[in-house]
Design a protein around this ligand. Structure first.
Ligand SMILES: [Fe+2]
Length: 373
């Protein structure tokens, strides 16, 4: 890209940093309303101008009241039509730039929030892949750290750990993921940390198998594994000092994990039954324990507020948790959302412990669809 064009564009890391630093910026999403409904950038402004811009209408944005006193970043799906929007705004005197790669590139954007856990010496950082809804966790104590469900480049976790003087010694996955490529194996390779994965015969790389009741020390803090099958057969939740529960895709703040991926209808029903028992086990834990899920259905804002709730809060919010086994089976199987795009290929890569050649966001496109609510 030549110099002139680069001044007209901004990349994901630059925009991410501006939002993290709460710099004044108007993020202008010009996509069709139905595309924006799937996923968006927190705090962005929307004008459905995609078709008009694509058709070359020079007044496509003329009726939109956009503040003049801050830079504008235009957004579309892949960064082409947003370039036209940027040109039109520049012609009207705006300091506008177009996001290179659009929402597809934004898939890798992230932010973080610290979780306060009274009664635990550990510090928990919720690392939110806001461009896709994947939540991962960095847990530090006594100079050591563990990462759960790494969904971003290893450099992100290494940087966050280094800022706090932690060495990543343990990397854990809650299950074999179907909606995004796990970066856990890569993170373990880059850091020399031990890679812990729930016991199963699905993955073909070497790992330290986790069983129900296994414990791991991070400084003076302790993580205990709880086998919670249902979303997948190996799905495992992790309890930190009895205070925080990392539920992966078993339990979310507004729903429960889907039991149907890579399963026949009969297998899905059997998994739903296992899930009901697993959820009963989790919801019997102390009501004040904090649930830290593996996904969120809304883009995480750049607000430093963790996406979490107590067990008591989630029980009152998620009606399915209060159903009998048979009613739960009927409810969950009737509400299965569409399968995530490319899930079979993503599962195959996660089972092989490999990243695809080229841009991972090609495969990971689309919002996560792990929850039934
Ligand atoms: Fe999952």
């Amino acid at each position: 890209m030549n110099r002139q064009v680069s001044r007209l564009t901004i990349d994901v890391d630059e925009l991410r940093a501006m939002l993290e630093e709460h710099q004044s910026v108007t993020v202008l999403d010009i996509r069709k309303t139905e595309d924006r409904a799937e996923w968006s950038i927190p705090g962005s402004m929307h004008v459905d101008a995609y078709e008009a811009l694509k058709a070359g209408d020079p007044d496509a944005l003329a009726a939109t009241a956009i503040p003049m006193d801050a830079p504008v970043v235009t957004i579309c799906g892949a960064g082409k039509v947003s370039f036209t929007a940027m040109e039109q705004l520049r012609a009207r005197g705006y300091d506008a730039r177009s996001l290179t790669g659009g929402m597809k590139a934004w898939s890798l954007a992230w932010n973080s929030a610290e979780v306060t856990l009274p009664g635990s010496a550990a510090t928990v950082i919720q690392v939110r892949r806001t461009g896709k809804g994947c939540l991962s966790y960095l847990i530090g104590d006594g100079g050591q750290a563990a990462v759960i469900d790494a969904a971003l480049d290893p450099a992100v976790y290494r940087r966050l750990a280094a800022e706090r003087g932690w060495l990543i010694t343990q990397v854990l996955d809650t299950h074999v993921h179907a909606d995004h490529l796990s970066r856990s194996r890569l993170l373990a390779q880059r850091t020399g940390a031990t890679l812990h994965v729930p016991e199963q015969d699905r993955v073909s790389y070497s790992f330290d198998p986790i069983h129900d009741g296994d414990t791991f020390s991070i400084g003076s803090s302790q993580i205990t594994a709880l086998h919670t099958p249902g979303h997948t057969l190996e799905s495992t939740s992790y309890l930190l000092d009895g205070k925080a529960l990392f539920t992966g895709d078993t339990l979310f703040l507004t729903g429960v994990g889907r039991p149907d991926l890579e399963a026949s209808p009969e297998q899905a029903r059997a998994r739903a039954r296992l899930l009901h028992a697993s959820l009963a086990r989790l919801t019997a834990l102390p009501p004040e324990a904090v649930i830290l899920p593996g996904h969120t259905s809304e883009p995480a804002p750049f607000d430093d507020h963790p996406i979490s709730a107590t067990i008591a809060g989630v029980i009152s919010r998620v009606g399915m948790l209060r159903l009998s086994e048979e009613a739960f089976l009927d409810a969950i199987l009737a509400r299965i959302p569409p399968t995530p795009p490319n899930h079979a290929r993503i599962v195959a890569l996660n089972e092989a412990g490999e990243m695809p050649d080229g841009d991972p966001t090609d495969l990971e496109a689309g919002a996560n669809r792990c929850a039934v609510s």
